[in-house]
Write a protein that binds this ligand. Structure first.
Ligand SMILES: [Cu+2]
Length: 377
């Protein structure tokens, strides 16, 4: 039963890969309402590439966000390859994850509203790629994973068609988000036209399965004129909530549980990909500081009622757009693939718990720690 569903998913994926090779109408760039639309057609090719699977100056590992040390707009060259990695999601729970860049969630990309991104992605699901050794020319993400291998990665292989759907991009999905076969590379441009935090995920059927298997991450698009409290923010973090649907497999590893996924009954609901990662490595701040959390609910299917025990969100920007401001929120409801940018003033030295206040999710792991030190005079 399980094998046949997996095979079916593979066949559907291939079918989509076939459809994706048809030709597309040529688009040319135009401006509307201060935004840029009409990206050139995506390229699909094979390349002899065995370099670092994640490349880009502003690409980091959760919960880190690379500071934007440039003025105005920039043209980013970013690579995030697809790999299979055996990873840990909770103590004693390991499975072969389908990943962007080798981790679940994948790397965080930080850009500014109006930036252009030239994105390259090779489907290396048929290759053993080690991501835990420091690499030359890779993104800061690569060094951060090598220094703090939270999920105890082991390279694995499971050839499968995949694709990339950046919610930060506004493009024709049948062109840019097309499915590529193992060994193929896709390359396309998009402009980050709208500020906020945006999920990216694999869009190859079953999208539920591909996302739940680990193929999701976040692009943070900082507003071109900033948020009104930018100058007061001491620390900035990215927190992603997501679900796993896993059951014990025949061997040591866990495997995807089709029925649990179909019934919205996750085995684990987690922050930043692992049940205890945000307790083992708490976010840090000091009493009296304003901290900012870019929160994204990557689902694939659940909602999040995000709360910090002992805190109130001073400012909330729904989806991260500075016009969508709310104040004094105890809990922020974020649907699947939604986000919010949250400012909180750390009231006292001590420990705060980040939590999905839907307690069934919290009991499945959706909690984390913020550790506050003494007030800096
Ligand atoms: Cu996929």
């Amino acid at each position: 039963m399980k094998v046949s569903k997996l095979t079916l998913s593979f066949i559907f994926g291939l079918l989509f890969a076939g459809l994706a090779s048809t030709s597309f109408a040529q688009s040319s760039e135009y401006k509307l309402d201060g935004k840029t639309f009409g990206m050139p057609e995506a390229e699909v090719f094979t390349e002899d590439y065995d370099g670092p699977p994640v490349v880009g100056e502003y690409v980091t590992m959760l919960p880190n966000l690379a500071p934007l040390d440039y003025e105005g707009n920039k043209h980013h060259e970013v690579r995030i390859d697809i790999m299979v990695q055996e990873i840990e999601v909770a103590e004693g729970v390991r499975y072969n994850a389908w990943t962007f860049g080798g981790t679940v969630p994948g790397p965080v990309l930080h850009v500014r509203e109006g930036d252009r991104i030239t994105f390259t992605m090779k489907n290396r699901s048929d290759e053993e790629v080690t991501i835990t050794e420091p690499s030359k020319g890779g993104a800061p993400f690569m060094q951060q994973v090598a220094a703090n291998n939270i999920s105890k990665n082991k390279a694995a292989v499971m050839p499968m068609p995949h694709s990339m759907d950046f919610h930060a991009g506004t493009v024709a999905k049948d062109d840019k988000w097309r499915t590529i076969a193992p060994g193929q590379t896709v390359k396309f441009d998009f402009i980050a036209n709208y500020p906020g935090s945006y999920i990216y995920h694999c869009g190859t059927p079953s999208v539920l399965m591909h996302t739940a298997m680990g193929q999701h991450g976040v692009v943070v698009v900082s507003p071109k004129d900033g948020y009104p409290t930018d100058d007061e923010v001491a620390k900035e973090y990215v927190v992603v909530q997501s679900e796993y649907y896993l059951e014990k497999g025949p061997g040591e590893l866990y495997q995807y549980d089709f029925d649990a996924a179909a019934n919205r009954n996750p085995s684990h609901v987690v922050f930043n990909g692992h049940q205890t990662v945000m307790h083992d490595n708490p976010l840090t701040a000091n009493e009296g500081e304003r901290i900012r959390i870019h929160f994204s609910n990557n689902g694939p299917s659940g909602t999040s009622s995000f709360h910090v025990i002992g805190g109130i969100f001073d400012r909330v920007w729904k989806e991260g757009h500075p016009f969508n401001e709310m104040r004094g929120m105890q809990t922020v409801l974020v649907g699947s693939s939604g986000s919010a940018t949250l400012d909180m003033i750390v009231p006292e030295e001590g420990k705060y718990i980040l939590i999905d206040h839907e307690f069934v999710d919290a009991e499945k792991g959706a909690t984390g720690t913020l550790k506050a030190g003494p007030r800096k005079k």
